[in-house]
Ligand binder design. Structure first.
Ligand SMILES: *Cc1c(COP(=O)(O)O)cnc(C)c1O
Length: 432
C-alpha cells in the first residue's frame, strides 16, 4: 500500500483504484448510507449512518415501544442495553465482558471516573493533589478536570506533550489523557504512560473518544485504571449517541462515583431510601438509559464488529494507516508551496486515524471551500501557541483509496483557483 511513494514517477489515480480492488475490507462500505457525491473525512467527529440503524430504531419504536410499551424493559431487554452494548464495545478496547457499560455522555462519564480516581487517591495518598493532563487535550476534558480540581482542593497541571512523563512526580494523583489527540491525531503509548504513572504512584484515566473503533486498544493489557469513550465517532452510534465507561477489575468492587442515581443502586426496584452501590461497573450508571439512542449505537457498534471476519481492528488499523500515509504523502507532493504543514505524526505507531494540516491563515475558509466541493473535513481553531488546523478523519470501514486521491485533487484545485478567498467561505458557522 505504498502507491504514493513509488520511486520516480508520481502516483496516479489508477494506482489508488488498484489498492481498492485489492482491499479485503472494501465490502464493509456497503454497510453505510453515504451520499454518493460526498467524500466523508469527518467520521472522527460524527460517524456515518449505518444502513441497519434505521430498521433497528424503527423496530424499537414500532414493536418495542409501540406494542410492548413498558413491558419492553423486561421483554425486549431494554434494561440490559447498557451492559449488552457495553460488552460489544469491550471487545474493541481490550476489556472483558461485564467490565464496560454504555451510559450518559463522554463528559459526564469523565466526571464520574475522574472523581472516582481522586476519591481512591484521597484515601490511599491524600498528599497527592495534582491532576496531570495535556495542554492540547480536548477542552471538555480540561473543563471537567478544572471543576473537579477546584471541588477536591486539587490542581490541574496541563503540560506540553513532551513534558507528560516528567510531570509525574509524587504530588500527582491522576494522569488524565486522551489516547489520540483530537487536534493532531497523535497517539500516546497507553501501556508505557500507564506504567510510568503507576511507578510514580498515580492512577490513570484514559479518554478513548478518538480511539474506540479506530485503533486497537488494550485496556487490560495496559493495566489502565479508568477509561471512557464516545459513541458517535468511530463507533457510528449517531449524533449525541451515549458514551461508555470502564473500570479495571481491581477497582470495580470499591470505586465510588458521585452521580449516585437509582440505576447504579444494588437493587433499584426495591425503591429503598438509602443508596447502596451495585456490584462492579453497574454502579457507574446513573439514570434511565436512552433506549432509542442505544438502539442506534448498537447498530453502529455492529458495523465495527462486522470487520472481525476480515481481521478486525488489526486489519482496520492497517488500512487506516495506509489511508492516512497516502493522504499525507499526496498533500506533500501535490500541495507543496500551498503553506500546509502536516502536523500529525509520520511515525505509524504515533498516529491515530486522522491527518491534520496546519496553515497560518485561511484554514477555516479552505475547509468550507472543500465542503462546497463535497469533501467534508473540519476546522479546529488554534490559539495559545497552537496553529489553526484542517482536520481529516479516515474511517477505514467506509473510505476508499480513491477517496484519498480525489480529496487531495479537490484540495489542490481549491488552492490553485484561490476558491477559499471567496467571502462566502469566510463566514463562520456556529459549529465548525
Ligand atoms: C468528542 C470528544 C468528547 C465529547 O464529549 P461529549 O460529552 O460527547 O460532548 C470528549 N472528549 C474528547 C477527547 C473528545 O474527542
Amino acid at each position: 500500500m505504498n502507491a504514493s511513494r513509488n520511486a520516480g514517477s508520481p502516483p496516479t489515480r489508477e494506482q489508488f483504484a488498484a489498492l481498492d480492488a485489492a482491499d479485503p475490507l472494501a465490502p464493509l462500505r456497503q454497510l453505510f448510507e453515504l451520499p454518493p457525491e460526498v467524500i466523508y473525512l469527518d467520521g472522527n467527529s460524527l460517524g456515518a449512518l449505518p444502513k441497519a440503524a434505521g430498521d433497528r430504531v424503527q423496530r424499537t419504536l414500532r414493536d418495542e415501544w409501540g406494542r410492548g410499551l413498558i413491558t419492553s424493559w423486561n421483554h425486549a431487554g431494554w434494561i440490559d442495553l447498557p451492559r449488552r452494548v457495553g460488552d460489544k464495545i469491550a471487545r474493541l478496547v481490550g476489556a472483558a465482558p461485564g467490565e464496560l457499560l454504555v451510559a450518559d455522555s463522554t463528559s459526564i462519564n469523565l466526571f464520574k471516573v475522574l472523581w472516582a480516581a481522586l476519591a481512591l487517591q484521597r484515601q490511599a495518598a491524600p498528599q497527592r493533589r495534582t491532576i496531570v493532563s495535556e495542554r492540547s487535550n480536548f477542552p471538555t476534558d480540561l473543563y471537567i478536570a478544572q471543576s473537579l480540581a477546584a471541588a477536591h482542593g486539587c490542581e490541574l497541571r496541563a503540560v506540553d506533550t513532551e513534558q507528560i512523563a516528567a510531570a509525574l512526580d509524587d504530588s500527582v494523583a491522576v494522569l488524565m489523557l486522551t489516547h489520540v489527540n483530537y487536534r493532531t491525531g497523535r497517539m500516546h503509548d497507553m501501556a508505557a504512560l500507564t506504567a510510568a504513572a503507576h511507578a510514580a504512584g498515580a492512577l490513570t484515566v484514559w479518554d478513548l473518544a478518538h480511539s474506540a473503533g479506530a485503533v486497537p486498544v488494550d485496556l487490560n493489557g495496559a493495566q489502565a485504571d479508568f477509561a471512557i469513550g464516545c459513541g458517535y465517532k468511530y463507533l457510528n452510534g449517531g449524533p449525541g449517541a451515549p458514551a461508555f465507561v470502564w473500570v479495571h477489575a481491581r477497582h470495580a468492587a470499591h470505586f465510588e462515583q458521585p452521580l449516585t442515581g437509582w440505576m447504579g443502586h444494588a437493587a433499584p426496584f426495591e425503591f429503598g431510601p438509602e443508596y447502596r452501590p451495585a456490584a462492579g461497573i453497574t454502579r457507574a450508571l446513573c439514570g434511565t438509559p436512552p433506549v432509542l439512542s442505544m438502539a442506534a449505537l448498537d447498530a453502529g457498534v455492529d458495523t465495527v464488529l462486522a470487520a472481525e471476519p476480515y481481521g478486525g481492528l488489526r486489519a482496520l488499523r492497517e488500512k487506516s494507516l495506509a489511508l492516512t500515509r497516502c493522504f499525507a504523502d499526496l498533500v506533500d507532493a501535490r500541495c507543496a508551496g500551498d503553506g500546509f504543514i502536516v502536523v500529525s505524526p509520520r511515525i505509524d505507531a504515533q498516529r491515530g486515524s486522522q491527518v491534520c494540516l496546519a496553515r497560518g491563515d485561511g484554514a477555516y475558509a479552505i475547509v468550507q471551500a472543500l465542503i462546497a466541493r463535497g469533501v467534508i473535513g473540519d476546522f479546529r481553531a488554534g490559539g495559545l501557541g497552537l496553529p489553526d488546523i484542517l482536520r481529516f478523519g479516515f474511517t477505514p470501514l467506509y473510505l476508499r483509496f480513491v477517496d484519498v486521491w480525489d480529496a487531495v485533487e479537490h484540495l489542490q484545485q481549491v488552492m490553485r483557483n484561490e476558491e477559499w478567498k471567496q467571502p462566502r467561505f469566510n463566514q463562520r458557522h456556529a459549529v465548525t
